[in-house]
Design a protein around this ligand. Structure first.
Ligand code: 13P
Length: 342
């Protein structure tokens, strides 16, 4: 049993407090370079700091955002006013989180499949991250749908690593956000996504059980059940909402304090509409359903910024708009008309 029981409980509940979600700004260096390439900005340490500064200090975010997930580099950087980023967040009542996995690497003997690394030395890294202010962490496992995949070996290896990571986090007083992500890039149907997501979540919760991870102190970050991007027949918003909720009800214990979604390549508006439909048509779920989007919150903001200091205010306005829309989607109160207002 962790020495931090009360604190873990408080942190987990705060992460999914009413109308609040998580802003994921934890892109690794290769990933942020890809994002910067879309606006023709070089990925220098200072450009990354300046961009994260505008995300972290956007005034008013704390009405919609309970926590932000940072990358190792960002946790150690400071705002232009000199405050370390974790302090700048805590000053606004936003919890700093940290991505602690070391990335998804090729799984031996299983072409096309990946296993997430980063358990070695994790206990020591978590202790340092807590010193630096982190109160929750993220570990992303990647499950790919394809010809004869995912394999049981891939799902098992990733579930085991997620459970080992979660146990270490709780020991260190850090709430684990476990993220098994079934990718949406292939040509699979929504039914295939349902089957793979269901199998993955069952295996993940079995692994948490066998590693004695406290469900009360764990947040699930998961993909929606959705048609693959290349699938000729795309499910409607309501179908995605209904099948996602059904899949979660079949697999996720009610003891979990909350579930948040990744956006995974959905457009910003679509990611909001899906979350809204789930909450609008289900008033009595065992857990709050909220968001932990990266791209779906940041894309319009990144485009508005375009690397120019003069655009910071416009970029922050674009960010706040998406944060507010998703906050409303947490209670089914979002409508598409809100997109026309901006
Ligand atoms: P996306 O919302 O862009 O999928 O990112 C969320 C995330 O944190 C992926 O690990």
């Amino acid at each position: 049993m962790s020495n931090f029981v009360n604190e873990l409980e408080q942190t987990a509940r705060t992460m999914v407090g009413a109308g609040k979600g998580i802003l994921a700004i934890d892109e690794s260096s290769p990933t942020i370079k890809k994002r910067f390439d879309t606006i023709n900005i070089e990925s220098t340490e200072e450009n990354r700091r300046a961009y994260r500064d505008l995300l972290i200090t956007a005034a008013g975010s704390n009405a919609f955002i309970s926590g932000m997930i940072l990358y190792d580099e960002t946790l150690r950087q400071s705002s232009s006013d000199g405050r370390p980023f974790p302090k700048a967040l805590l000053d606004e009542g936003i919890m700093p989180g940290i991505k602690v996995d070391m990335g998804a690497k090729e799984l031996a003997g299983h072409p096309g499949e990946k296993v997430t690394e980063g358990l070695d030395g994790l206990r020591e890294r978590l202790a340092e991250y807590r010193e630096l202010g982190a109160r929750f962490a993220k570990w992303r496992a990647v499950i790919t749908i394809g010809e004869k995949i995912p394999s049981t070996a891939c799902i098992d290896a990733n579930a085991h690593a997620l459970a080992r990571y979660a146990g270490l986090c709780q020991e260190a007083g850090i709430v684990p956000m476990i993220e098994p992500e079934v990718l949406m890039d292939a040509d699979n149907t929504i039914e295939q996504c349902y089957a793979v997501t269901e199998a993955t979540l069952k295996t993940v919760f079995n692994a948490l059980y066998s590693q004695d991870v406290a469900l009360e102190h764990t947040i699930l970050k998961v993909n929606m059940v959705i048609s693959g991007k290349q699938c000729p027949s795309q499910a409607s918003v309501q179908e995605v909402a209904d099948m996602t909720v059904r899949c979660l009800l079949h697999t996720v214990p009610a003891a979990l304090p909350g579930i948040v979604f990744l956006s995974g390549g959905q457009s910003p508006e679509r990611a909001t509409a899906h979350l809204n439909a789930m909450n609008a048509s289900n008033s009595h779920l065992p857990w709050p359903l909220s968001f932990s989007y990266g791209r779906a919150l940041q894309e319009p903001c990144l485009q508005a910024w375009a690397g120019q200091q003069a655009n910071v205010a416009a970029a922050q306005k674009a960010l706040l708009h998406r944060e507010k829309c998703n906050s409303l989607a947490c209670s089914g109160q979002y409508s598409e008309d809100m997109e026309k207002a901006v």
